[in-house]
Design a protein around this ligand. Structure first.
Ligand code: FAD
Length: 309
């Protein structure tokens, strides 16, 4: 079965969720990747190691105009005859997959967490990660948007053939004036380790407690929403229902109460460590390890201990 995967290749490296999507698709059928943007042929050929046979690259446009991308992926779906089209359920996937679903009259499975079973049902994440649903698409074509961090990228194969491709993307109505890159080396959705702070840290002047531990661990940094709303930290660090959803191997939360809206973005973390002075804080119910204690005392000790390793 032919499977088409869209990946975004507009930054100077291909993101982890692209390798996840290709690995995922390779468990369903023969994979062709379609992309536009900046990644050079050498970078794109690497996708072969994750299961792509071929990469179609449309060099006629850069950028993330979802209407152009929708038209390009539709053209690729037609030329490859793919019955399954896979996206990562990231910001672009969330914008393009529903548009493509309408254009191709193809059912959409959003937030998939596993490969389709033999009868075609796909497990999805629902109610902000509180439950699993199972979706079966009855249309001839199906679109699957894979939840980031649901599967591990697996590299074993050889390089893919990279071919120039015209996706008939058309004109863009979007004018990009400026691109601002977030601070820090580790994009939050890709971070394996995350250290996060809440209002319990009292103010931005104390954030070195979070960044010192993060630096010692090689972790990304995050925060609760009131912290970002108060401009203590930039908005791209805010995790939760209305912020970024993450699923690192380790999430350390200091001075965060654990409101349901916060948990919605972090409850897929493999191990959760909570530091809070209030033993009744709701976060302890979701924690694997909890320290009832003052973050101002616990965090520096933790940082020192990590530095000794
Ligand atoms: P607080 O609730 O003020 O908790 C601070 C915690 O720090 C307390 O538990 C306290 O015991 C502890 N503490 C105090 N001093 C110390 C100390 N010295 N050491 C250790 N612990 C200490 N929130 C999000 O985070 N993400 C979202 O995406 C989000 N979306 C929302 C969407 C909607 C529609 C709504 C209504 C709310 C949303 N919220 C979200 C807000 C959410 O409901 C909570 O208000 C918020 O998460 C609380 O942030 P906090 O835990 O940092 O602060």
């Amino acid at each position: 079965m032919s499977v088409l995967v869209y990946i975004n290749s507009n930054s100077d490296k291909i993101a982890k969720n692209a390798f996840e999507a290709v690995t995922y698709a390779s468990k369903i059928g023969d994979v062709t990747v379609v992309t536009n943007g900046k990644a050079d042929d050498t970078m794109l050929a690497e996708l072969g190691k994750y299961g792509a046979n071929k990469v179609l690259v449309d060099r006629s446009f850069e950028g993330i105009d979802e209407q152009q991308i929708t038209r390009m992926v539709a053209t690729a779906a037609e030329s490859t005859g793919a019955k399954t089209i896979v996206f990562s359920n990231d910001l672009i996937g969330k914008a393009v997959a529903p548009r493509l679903s309408v254009k191709l009259n193809a059912g959409l499975v959003a937030g998939a967490t596993d490969v389709p079973k033999e009868d075609g049902t796909v497990a999805v994440n629902v109610f902000s990660g509180k439950a699993h649903g199972f979706v079966k698409v009855n249309t001839e074509k199906q679109i699957i948007a894979l939840l980031p961090n649901s599967i591990q990228p697996e590299a074993s194969g050889s390089e893919a053939n990279v071919e120039e491709f015209s996706g008939n993307a058309g004109e863009t109505k979007v004018k990009v004036k400026d691109i601002k890159k977030p601070e820090g080396d580790i994009p939050l959705p890709e971070a394996e380790l995350v250290v996060s702070g809440g209002r319990g840290l009292k103010g931005p002047e104390n954030w070195n407690l979070i960044t010192d531990l993060a630096e010692a661990l090689g972790a990304g940094t995050a925060c609760s929403r009131p912290v970002a709303d108060s401009d203590w930290r930039p908005h791209h660090e805010h995790v939760g229902q209305t912020g970024v959803a993450i699923s690192p191997n380790l999430y350390i939360a200091a001075g965060i109460s654990g409101a349901i809206q916060h948990l919605a973005g972090v409850n897929r973390s493999k191990v959760i460590v909570v530091i809070n002075t209030d033993e009744e804080a709701p976060f302890f119910k979701a924690a694997d390890y909890g320290v009832v204690g003052d973050a101002f005392e616990v965090l520096p000790k933790l940082t020192e201990a990590v530095k000794k390793f």
